[in-house]
Ligand binder design. Structure first.
Ligand SMILES: Cc1cc2nc3c(=O)[nH]c(=O)nc-3n(C[C@H](O)[C@H](O)[C@H](O)COP(=O)(O)O)c2cc1C
Length: 186
């Protein structure tokens, strides 16, 4: 069982989100981590799109441009760790998804032109922490619910420590609430 940990905790060791992710991951058998703060991925531009399209047409699936997509598609579980930034998540995570979202690796089209997910994972767990409260604006998680549907991952779930930047709030109590939610996950 391979768990792919997509670490979008851009503040590294100071990140409260990362602390929560580690609690969740501590009992997992085999964890493979992609650290987006150090990876320095480039967003796709015209040249990269053209290059990738050429490789897709040639079915050159061992080209390194597909490595992150293969890794995502082959994981048994995906864990996304991302602080709540600007109502969603850090831009590095969207750039990563540009690299992952490849037709004929993460999804494909059926003969009757339906998009069908072909990733192996049976669930995606999204872990966040937030300065305020997410309330009705959980756009980062909602995006990943859409991605999971498109990629054929049947289950998604969300845990967050909220209100961490509110003056006077008991930060440890908020973290403990999230830790309890994590402990309750199977
Ligand atoms: C660039 C940036 C954008 C943020 N945007 C929001 C936001 O839209 N809403 C919110 O409640 N908190 C926001 N915050 C606060 C973070 O969500 C909060 O500090 C979180 O706990 C950071 O996680 P970390 O400790 O894992 O880095 C933002 C923080 C940063 C640095």
């Amino acid at each position: 069982m391979t768990t792919l940990f997509v670490n979008a905790c851009m503040r590294g060791e100071d990140s409260r989100t990362l602390a929560l992710c580690r609690e969740y991951l501590q009992d997992k058998e085999e964890v493979v981590e992609v650290d987006l703060a150090t990876l320095g991925l480039k967003p796709f531009d015209a040249q990269m799109v053209a290059y990738r399209t050429e490789k897709q047409k040639a079915k050159a699936w061992d080209d390194p441009i597909f490595d992150l997509s293969h890794q995502f598609a082959e994981a048994d579980e995906v864990v996304i760790g991302a602080p709540y930034w600007d109502l969603s998540f850090p831009a590095a995570l969207k750039v990563y998804m540009e690299h992952v979202s490849v037709c004929d690796i993460a999804f494909h089209y059926t003969e009757d032109a339906r998009c069908e997910g072909i990733c192996k994972a049976d669930r995606l767990t999204y872990i966040a922490s937030c300065g305020g409260f997410v309330e009705g604006a959980n756009f980062g998680y909602e995006y990943f619910c859409g991605i999971a549907k498109m990629f054929g991952i049947p289950e998604t779930r969300f845990v967050a420590a909220e209100g961490l930047d509110i003056v006077g709030i008991d930060v440890e109590a908020q973290m403990d609430k999230a830790r309890a939610q994590i402990a309750a996950l199977d």
